[in-house]
Write a protein that binds this ligand. Structure first.
Ligand code: G3H
Ligand code: 13P
Ligand code: ZN
Length: 334
């Protein structure tokens, strides 16, 4: 039986993105895999009145089950209302969909937005696959994100050896042919907590910390010029906060030279046509830092609620910080 996202109280990305591009801010797209992450995301969005995109990756579906995650998102809408958010603007989005069949099943199952990631395919195949997904999704008013250009980085389910920036000369043709609603581009971000190799970075002489190379804002600008006002998406946009890495390493973890995208660069991107910023790794780091610290401080604790509660609080703090201080989406969904 088919279910429309509209019956679940979810919204698609169309209006949200149009407002974000115009308003010079970006919508947070947070991945979720479990209840604590979802609670933290919804509490943060409800408190700040920020539109929010809940993303489900292939890894999340393998870990938690797609059916359960969808019902959790449906529950999240009711939970948001219970928290006093009168008109929650929550999108349920398939992250890195890799086939037409998967995207179709998510559309049929109540997702309000899907990504078809054909970025590793030859250009014409990417166009054909993305177009096919758009044709189906649009029948049900589900919005579609497609991708051009390749992000580097290694994740459980998303990996590539090297990045290839999006070619600005391709974007008009791609968007025209696919009719996608938003376009994920490659301008130097990548997935995971090790976004740059130390040899790509310089070292701050004062702190000894690695300083990553800047994002390719010239490429972003050229794309914006070709597609004025068209919604652009940035994947791999975790900042890998040094304080989390330090806490993890101080409490038995081992994350040498973990490095992310500096927040000031994301702030700058959010003010442009970039209207969706994907963050997953920072949530993993917040959770791990809080749990490692808790275990060190309370070796006698064995009730998961004892350590998952501070983990949830830390994630919520991090989400609120992103919404207010990086993306600027607070107050945009009253
Ligand atoms: O795009 C990658 C996301 O961080 C999801 O990763 O497949 O390991 O859940 P995952
Ligand atoms: P990060 O690994 O930088 O959090 O990126 C997540 C992402 O792009 C999900 O699609
Ligand atoms: Zn991604």
């Amino acid at each position: 039986m088919k279910v429309s996202f509209k019956d679940l109280g979810l919204v698609n990305t169309r209006e949200m993105f149009a407002k974000a591009v115009k308003g010079g801010y970006a919508i947070p797209a947070f991945n979720f895999n479990n209840m604590e992450q979802l609670q933290a995301i919804i509490q943060a969005a409800a408190e700040t009145k920020s539109p929010v995109i809940l993303q489900v990756s292939k890894g999340a579906r393998n870990y938690a089950n797609q059916t359960l995650l969808r019902y959790m998102a449906q529950g999240a809408v009711e939970y948001a209302k219970e928290l006093g958010w009168k008109k929650p603007q929550i999108v349920l989005h398939l992250d890195h969909g890799d086939s037409y069949e998967l995207c179709k099943s998510c559309v049929d199952f109540g997702f309000s937005s899907v990504m078809i990631d054909g970025s590793a395919l030859p250009y014409d195949e990417n166009v054909a696959l993305s177009r096919k997904v758009v044709n189906y999704a649009h029948k049900y008013d589900v919005t579609v994100e497609a991708e051009l250009g390749v992000l580097a980085g290694v994740e459980d389910e998303v990996s590539s050896e090297a990045s290839h920036y999006t070619k600005p000369e391709d974007v008009i043709d791609f968007v025209k042919k696919t009719k996608c609603d938003s376009l994920a581009i490659s301008i130097g971000t990548s997935h995971g907590a090790y976004k740059f190799k130390p040899e790509q970075c310089t070292r701050d002489p004062k702190t000894g910390k690695l300083v990553p190379p800047p994002l390719a804002f010239d490429v972003l600008k050229a794309i914006e010029k070709k597609l004025p006002g068209f919604p652009i998406v940035l994947h791999g946009s975790s900042s890998v906060p040094q304080e989390y890495v330090d806490i993890i390493n101080a409490h038995g973890g081992k994350l040498p030279d973990a490095i992310g995208i500096p927040e000031e660069q994301l702030r700058k991107a959010a003010k442009s046509a970039v209207c969706k910023i994907n963050i997953d790794s920072d949530s993993r780091l917040a959770m791990t830092a809080a749990i490692r610290q808790h275990f060190d401080e309370f070796p006698g604790h064995f009730d998961p609620r004892q350590y998952l509660k501070p983990a949830r609080e830390e994630m919520k703090k991090m989400y609120i910080h992103k919404i207010i201080n990086v993306l600027g989406s607070n107050g945009k969904a009253r």
